[in-house]
Ligand binder design. Sequence first.
Ligand code: Q46
Ligand code: ZN
Ligand code: ZN
Length: 314
Amino acid sequence: MKCRKCDNKAVINMRQHKLALCSHHYLSWLPEKTEHFITKYKMFDRADRILVAVSGGKDSLVLWDVLQQLGYEADGLYIDLGIDGEYAYSEESKRYSDEFANSNNLKLIVAEVTKMEGASILKAASLTHRGKDKPCSICGLTKRHIMNRVGFEGNYDVLVTGHNLDDEAALLFGNALNWQVGYLARQGPVLDGNPNGFIKRAKPFCRFYERETAAYSLLRGIDYIYEECPSAVGAKSIYFKEILNQMEMDRPGTKLQFYLAFLRAKENGAFTSDPGLIETPLRKCDSCGQPTSSPDECAYCRMWGRVRERMEAN
Ligand code: Q46
Ligand code: ZN
Ligand code: ZN
């Protein structure tokens, strides 16, 4: 198959776009599209200070790379969760993040959960009922909190993540399956910040299929961690991705259509009139100063407080 733009051999065929491209044209197509989405969804501009959440995986490293190429100023944030398992997952993913930052002369901020809170995510999960089955709930809460705190306290204008279309479609599938209207209302390419302490968030890759970011990393020679976190095994999101992949095989473009139709429905006012969406007033957490709707401590401080109590009791 030939490239649509020149006579060279195509390296990728995007059936949903009816577009096949050679390596050279693909490496310019993806950044150009990214720029288009950044502008279309009003994510940020070149005057903004951007913080990229970097996990050592392909999507976040490709995103950091593309932002550099497009001339955006972006620092990275790596959160060391202290997850080991069969292989040293956190250690390895940090190594890939460090290597990328060093070889591109970029600033990487590292937040170590064990140093900050006195225990790793796995240790914390073993001590609380919230993490009895899986550490993901504690992990998610911790990552969201740290990202917001580092972003807000570091005076960044926006926090960007490498979520791709496969991630977004799976999230949407899960939220729609349970009609989680509050979550649906907040899902999208951009989540506006709040001057009381929430940083704006954006997902510039939300319209790219995972294979598209994977192809880009391969062609650009970006090294990343292949292994998933050991706790991802059996995650619902993976199950939803498999179902959506099956549908995509039968009908190319299904995931993109599903996501875009959702964005259109949202734009037309779906999910905005739900009484559950009335905003709860925010105040500062007594311990960390982050915004919370609770009368004393935020969920993060309460959870880690319990972990510390259990560690002292043991
Ligand atoms: S939430 Fe769960 Fe992930 Fe945290 S414990 Fe691993 S799988 S890293 S996206
Ligand atoms: Zn070409
Ligand atoms: Zn707090």
